[in-house]
Design a protein around this ligand. Structure first.
Ligand code: DGT
Ligand code: MG
Length: 541
């Protein structure tokens, strides 16, 4: 039996990159507009689509079908990401159950909101379009709930338009898969609901298995080897036969999808794990110029960090060196290190703290580039890769307790080849927010998009090497890079883990000193003043 208990909304921004460009420059609204990356039109506005311009068309072909096509370069993703995050933020006003999918899609689980709304008003009008027919509607209550879902979807879309001037499409259904599929049924700037009675019609309407959103290209290929090409053919497959090839779990999932069943919850998208900025440049050969460029990047990055609201813990520098022997191959190198969170008090960088950070950044730079020899830099990037939540009380504690350990560890991620053909194309700059898109969404977007995004995932923790250098630091558990600070036995572990790392280190150090004194080996350690806050954290006061 299908589960009709949830109400899910899928929101997709219309011709996303093109709309952002039209919002930035309204004179483009009445012209056929294409967004180009390298020699491809990655999307176009709906006017251009009327001429026959399609996604990922070669520019030469697009110009043939639409000679007056206006082209805007879309290789700098900065504005698209900014708008993308603003949309998600607006949605999070409705429910925290918002899941991002790529840059322009979001799922919302509005089940709870629907119940609240049903309790306050008893008006079940359907807003927008519905897919299929309204004969034999289910009587379990889902029909009324989905109708309220359509009202919420309209409200949300109105808000996005009011705040950001972006039009969107929405799909409303009992699960994510159906909401995503039905969202495409009326475009642009429209919304569609599907009731359970029309689910099978909707699935068969997809015709080919490759049109089911969650079934990837490799699976489609494998299925076609068994002559299973259409949704109907998949529906008629025996689960045990499929299991022989795909394993029982995947076989069951595939069959479920073919009937429009999807139990996956809307996964709350957390804040990004990394916020960064990169600038590609023609060529920089002088250290002074590098410093000035990095300083500009740092200030721009701080604007994004302030918007995000968390305090950074780790800074990472990315450098791309021009390769004389092979000019076509770009080599990226990165170095990162922990920074003292107290530098970012109130997320405002004082001049002194800015100077300290620049010192750290330039030290990282000199780790990557031998400045005694001539160098040739074509890209510089800065990012913060770990954060702590900004809590005023904790922050005060951190500032109060943290010593000025500026650089606690350096971690090498050397010689990563740039794999982004899009970014190589021109002098550009963009910001990125890591770990925001699910791999399945990337896989669905095809080759170019995946290539565009791979670089953002390339600094995964598995590639991190070991700590290689320490500066200005005393012996501290933090010096070991990723290692967790041990919790002193006389502390409540839960309370201890809730503290920022810097403070954990202080508490640990305090315990270690005490322990050393107890075992009569205290001569090498300076006795610290009793600290009332640290004492407060101890269980045995
Ligand atoms: P829509 O939703 O049909 O009205 O049009 P879009 O443009 O919003 O298309 P969508 O939702 O598939 O993709 C969102 C944005 O992602 C789009 O504006 C440009 C970018 N994009 C889509 N497909 C590709 C691709 O294959 N390569 C690259 N580089 N970018 C892509
Ligand atoms: Mg879209």
């Amino acid at each position: 039996m299908d589960d009709h208990s949830r109400t899910i909304i899928h929101i997709d921004i219309d011709c996303f990159y093109a709309q952002v460009e039209m919002v930035k420059n309204p004179s483009l609204v009445h012209q056929p507009l294409g967004i180009k990356q390298k020699n491809i039109v990655v999307t176009s506005n709906y006017l251009a689509r009327e001429y026959g311009v399609t996604k990922c068309m070669l520019i030469s072909e697009a110009k043939k079908v639409c000679p007056n096509l206006v082209l805007v370069n879309g290789e700098d993703l900065y504005d698209y990401r900014q708008y993308s995050y603003k949309v998600t933020q607006l949605l999070q006003n409705y429910t925290d159950l918002v899941e991002r999918l790529g840059l322009d899609e979001n799922y919302l689980d509005v089940t709870k909101l629907v119940t609240e709304k049903q309790n306050s008003i008893n008006n079940g009008n359907l807003v927008g379009y519905f897919y299929g027919n309204t004969d034999l509607l289910c009587e379990c209550g889902c029909t009324e709930r989905l109708k309220v879902g359509t009202q919420i979807a309209q409200e949300i879309r109105d808000l996005i338009y009011k705040e950001l001037k972006l039009t969107t499409c929405a799909g409303i259904a009992q699960n994510k898969l159906l909401a995503k599929i039905v969202c495409t049924k009326n475009k642009p700037n429209k919304q569609t609901v599907v009731f359970p009675n029309s689910v099978n019609e909707l699935m068969l309407d997809l015709n080919l298995v490759k049109n089911i959103p969650y079934i990837g290209n490799a699976t489609v290929e494998q299925l076609s080897n068994f002559n299973v090409k259409t949704v109907e053919e998949l529906q008629n497959c025996d689960v045990n036969e499929l299991a022989k090839v795909f394993g029982i779990e995947k076989a069951k999932n595939m069959l479920d999808f073919s009937f429009g069943r999807d139990t996956a919850p809307v996964k709350k998208t957390g804040k990004p794990q990394s916020i960064g900025l990169e600038d590609s440049c023609r060529a920089i050969t002088a250290e002074r110029e590098i410093e000035s460029k990095l300083q500009q990047l740092l200030l721009r990055l701080m604007v994004l960090v302030k918007e995000d609201g968390r305090i950074p813990k780790t800074i990472k520098l990315t450098v791309r060196k021009f390769n004389n022997s092979n000019p076509q191959s770009a080599t990226r190198e990165t170095r990162q290190c922990n920074v003292n969170t107290a530098l970012f008090k109130d997320l405002e960088l004082t001049e002194a703290n800015q100077a300290k950070l620049m010192k750290i950044i330039m030290t990282l730079f000199r780790k990557v580039v031998d400045i005694k020899r001539s160098f040739h830099i074509t890209l510089l990037g800065l990012s913060f890769t770990k954060f702590v939540e900004k809590l005023s009380v904790r922050n005060t504690l951190v500032s109060f307790l943290t010593k000025d350990i500026e650089v606690q560890s350096f971690i090498d991620i050397a010689n990563q080849n740039s794999r982004s053909p899009v970014r190589e194309a021109s002098t550009s700059s963009y910001a990125y927010y890591d770990n925001v898109d699910s791999p399945e969404s990337l896989a669905k977007r095809g080759r170019f998009f995946v290539a565009d995004r791979i670089a953002e995932f390339s600094d995964s923790p598995i590639k991190l090497g070991v700590a290689t250098l320490r500066l200005n630091s005393t012996e501290s558990p933090m010096d070991l890079g990723e290692k967790t600070v041990p919790c002193p036995p006389d502390n409540d572990e839960e309370v201890f883990r809730a503290l920022p790392n810097d403070l954990q280190t202080e508490v640990w150090e305090d315990y270690r000193r005490k322990r050393e004194r107890t075992i009569g080996n205290s001569k090498s350690f300076k006795r610290s003043k009793p600290n009332s806050i640290l004492n407060y954290l101890n269980k045995e006061k």
